[in-house]
Design a protein around this ligand. Structure first.
Ligand code: SF4
Ligand code: SF4
Ligand code: SF4
Length: 312
């Protein structure tokens, strides 16, 4: 019986829930594996983990990023206790959407969350209490880190959360002790719209997907940004099947580090060289939220030391 552990760091919880998305296949998993630590699903305490022999867990899955001292401590503990440590999902692997917070410092984030958030009414400016003798607040790190920025990682399962075909493939491999799995090609190769992907596009601006009626062709042919050319295959084009362009949650194709640059270069080759400077500027300016478009999932992984601004 293989011993497995699952931990939820700084993330939305979707990765924990994604395991349940295996439906009846989770019973097959439970036939082969014994869960020795999964605080989200069962009553495990950190001291249970501390008491385990080093390397006594066969596979430990860490989902979520590392934003608190507690997250960091458990990452190090799991590294010590597990033979194979797996970064599970985009937050653990690349930082994901929450990694975009690394573009700001802690003060900016605090004020945005509690005071300046457009959807929060807080006229009385109520914020969390100061720490007292009987109230301990979590110690936030200055920026979000990926698992690999804290400990050595043996394997990564990409996706936000990992799509079912990706998860099944990864679990099959990991339960046999294999740490290499997943497809080596870009999403366009398995996209249901791949036959309409153009070699060149005529363009004067990009549209966001809610700004234009979808005609069912490749989104890039319709001047909507789809991260498919720079994104690792495996999900089968889940979002595209729901008529939404890919935003790149599976991360870059293996051996490519920078998904955003890879996508910009794919766009440049589609547009070609016969374009004047003015049009080029208009096209670039039509892309709202540059970081959120091209670096939505990989900001924490790619910024030097995971952050843009020094804490001051
Ligand atoms: S990878 Fe996505 S689903 Fe998983 S914890 Fe992060 S935000 Fe949630
Ligand atoms: S760019 Fe997007 S829509 Fe077009 S083929 Fe690639 S994945 Fe499919
Ligand atoms: S289509 Fe893109 S964003 Fe959607 S699940 Fe697949 S890789 Fe992730």
């Amino acid at each position: 019986m293989i011993k497995i552990a699952m931990y939820w760091g700084a993330g939305c919880g979707g990765c924990d829930v994604s395991l349940l998305g295996l439906h009846e296949k989770i019973l097959d998993l439970l036939n082969e594996a014994e869960i020795v630590f999964w605080p989200c699903a069962m009553d495990f305490k950190y001291e249970d983990l501390e008491k385990m022999e080093d390397k006594s867990i066969d596979v430990a899955f860490y989902n979520g990023g590392i934003r608190t001292e507690e997250n960091e401590e458990i990452a190090k503990l799991l590294r010590k206790k597990a033979k194979i440590l797996v970064a599970y999902g985009s937050c653990a692997t690349e930082g994901c959407v929450i990694g975009l917070a690394n573009l700001y410092d802690k003060k900016d984030i605090f004020e945005t969350v509690y005071l300046k958030n457009e959807t929060t009414k807080n006229d009385e400016k109520i914020v969390p209490k100061e720490e007292t003798d009987d109230l301990k607040l979590p110690e936030f790190l200055p920026y979000l880190k990926t698992l690999e920025q804290v400990v050595e990682v043996d394997a990564s399962i990409p996706g936000c959360p990992p799509p079912m075909p990706v998860l099944e493939d990864a679990l099959n491999a990991l339960l046999q002790g294999k740490t290499k799995f997943g497809k080596e090609v870009a999403l366009c190769d398995e996209c249901p719209r791949k036959d309409t992907k153009p070699d060149k596009i005529e363009i004067s601006r990009f549209y966001r997907w809610h700004e234009k009626e979808d005609n069912g062709d490749c989104f890039l042919a319709q001047n909507m940004i789809c991260m498919g050319p720079a994104t690792r295959a495996g999900c089968g084009g889940e979002c595209i099947s729901a008529n939404i362009p890919c935003t790149g949650c599976m991360g870059p194709v293996p051996k490519v580090r920078n998904q955003g640059t890879s996508m910009l270069s794919a766009i440049a080759s589609l547009i070609g060289e016969e374009i004047d400077e003015e049009t080029e500027k208009e096209i670039i300016n039509s892309i709202e939220d540059f970081a959120g478009t091209f670096y939505k999932f990989s900001t924490a992984k790619l910024l030097p030391e995971g952050r843009l601004k020094d804490e001051s």
